[in-house]
Design a protein around this ligand. Structure first.
Ligand SMILES: Cc1cc2nc3c(=O)[nH]c(=O)nc-3n(C[C@H](O)[C@H](O)[C@H](O)COP(=O)(O)OP(=O)(O)OC[C@H]3O[C@@H](n4cnc5c(N)ncnc54)[C@H](O)[C@@H]3O)c2cc1C
Length: 401
């Protein structure tokens, strides 16, 4: 008898218990549709995610996706995190931005490199949503060139004294814990002169500015963070050693690029869904818009790009879970998914015609919200440089001498 054909997938799926994870995704999908989507207009109007919604998001465990189970989180593998992000992000960006620092950049430095004491002190509170995390790297004169950061940390007994200003810090106005990158070695202007610190709200010398007025993402507060002779216990240096801050940041950002790529795909799926519903109902020239082939071309281009991004991100995610170095691929994912989302937003506004420009229809909000994806966590240009640099380095390694 011929052997049973086997499914030769290039990578095994890194889902620990597929059946219960599928049930979890179905619950999450339902929560997004029934609890979060109906709140989108209120969140935009109030410019905050109200406490009752935050409470329900916490009860669903949304703050602890990637935090290890021993600290109260779900301990998701990268693939699980990405699949959850694809569901969670099919609503206004503000919701996932509210929990996103805890499930991403605001906890990941601790998860990756924190000491056991640091982990048990902060991770349970981040996982439950009792405190909100923030990742404070960018400065007024150190954006894409993050290594140029000037915030200083000078040792003074069993403390470090921090001075400097961070800008554009997501969730800073509401954060209880800041992962702050500061220069501990003033003579070393490179990456190895930088250390990461855990700074709690309420530490003397730490203050946050008012939330910026932004192009979009109403409900996701972002502000400056100021350090004015801010005394931080030496025990709060991430990992307990100086000079490792940048290495930690790169670990965080590598994983976060995949996470963010998934968070770009969810809104694209949602925008296409909404646009398809609209063109299936509205009539012009005596027929529904969806019957016009030029409108169908817009639908096809959105769907094709969404599928391409999803496949790319999932393949890269599985490689990461297998322990492969995906530094270049993570850049490719973030670059492609964020640019893709911008193109989808533009086409979806087009499909709605004038209604795409009117706030009541919601599409213009997504259009503004997703513009940020191409700017933060590495602009598109910085990812292009990274991808080209690594491609050329690989070629040069293989080139005969
Ligand atoms: C709403 C919001 C939230 C944010 N959240 C956070 C956060 O939580 N934590 C945090 O640390 N940061 C955060 N950021 C900062 C964000 O990561 C930076 O804005 C981003 O890295 C770009 O830095 P910049 O704004 O200084 O722009 P610049 O670096 O000044 O870049 C300006 C332009 O020049 C281009 N450019 C720069 N260098 C090069 C080059 N070498 N080659 C080609 N082109 C180049 C860029 O691509 C861009 O188009 C946030 C920003 C915003 C707007």
């Amino acid at each position: 008898m011929a052997p049973e054909p086997t499914l030769n997938l290039p990578f095994p799926a890194m889902i620990r218990d597929p059946k219960s994870f599928e049930a979890f995704l179905a619950t999450l999908r339902n929560f997004v549709r029934t609890r979060l989507v109906p709140e989108e207009t209120r969140v935009a109007r109030l410019d905050e995610v109200p406490a009752d919604v935050v409470q329900d998001m916490a009860a669903q465990g949304l703050f602890g996706f990637s935090i290890p189970e021993e600290y109260g989180g779900a301990g998701m593998t990268t693939e699980e995190l990405i699949l959850a992000a694809l569901e969670l992000s099919q609503c206004s960006v503000a919701f996932r931005a509210r929990v996103g620092t805890n499930t991403g950049i605001g906890s990941e430095a601790l998860v990756a490199d924190g000491t056991p004491e640091q982990k048990s002190s902060y991770l349970p509170r981040l996982a439950s949503g009792a405190i909100t995390g923030a990742f404070a790297m960018t400065e007024p004169e150190a954006g894409s060139d993050a290594v140029a950061l000037k915030t200083s940390a000078v040792r003074d007994g069993d403390h470090y004294v921090l001075n400097g200003t961070k800008c554009f810090i997501t969730n800073a106005p509401i954060a209880g814990l800041f992962t702050v990158f500061a220069r501990t070695d003033p003579a070393n202007l490179g990456a190895s002169g930088v250390s990461a610190f855990l700074v709690e709200r309420g530490t003397s010398g730490l203050s946050t500015g008012p939330a910026y007025q932004k192009m979009g993402q109403e409900g996701s507060p972002v502000s400056e963070v100021h350090f004015d002779n801010c005394r931080v216990p030496a025990a709060n240096i991430v990992g307990g050693v100086e000079g490792k801050g940048f290495r930690t940041a790169m670990k965080v950002l590598n994983k976060q690029r995949l996470h963010l790529a998934a968070l770009c795909i969810g809104p694209a799926i949602r925008m296409l869904d909404d646009a398809v519903r609209f063109v299936s109902e509205r009539q012009q020239f005596g027929q529904v818009l969806a019957e016009f082939q030029l409108v169908q071309a817009l639908i096809a281009d959105c769907q094709t790009e969404i599928h391409a991004a999803r496949a790319l991100v999932l393949e890269t995610t599985r490689k990461r879970d297998l322990g492969e170095d995906v530094t270049m691929e993570a850049s490719i994912c973030k670059y492609f998914a964020s640019e893709m989302c911008g193109r989808v937003a533009d086409r979806c506004v087009q499909m709605l015609g004038g209604y795409g420009y009117i706030a009541d229809y919601g599409m213009e909000r997504f259009y503004r919200d997703v513009r940020l994806f191409r700017l933060y966590e590495g602009t598109s240009q910085i990812h292009q440089l990274n991808i080209a640099k690594r491609t050329l380095a690989n070629y040069n390694k293989r080139r005969p001498a």
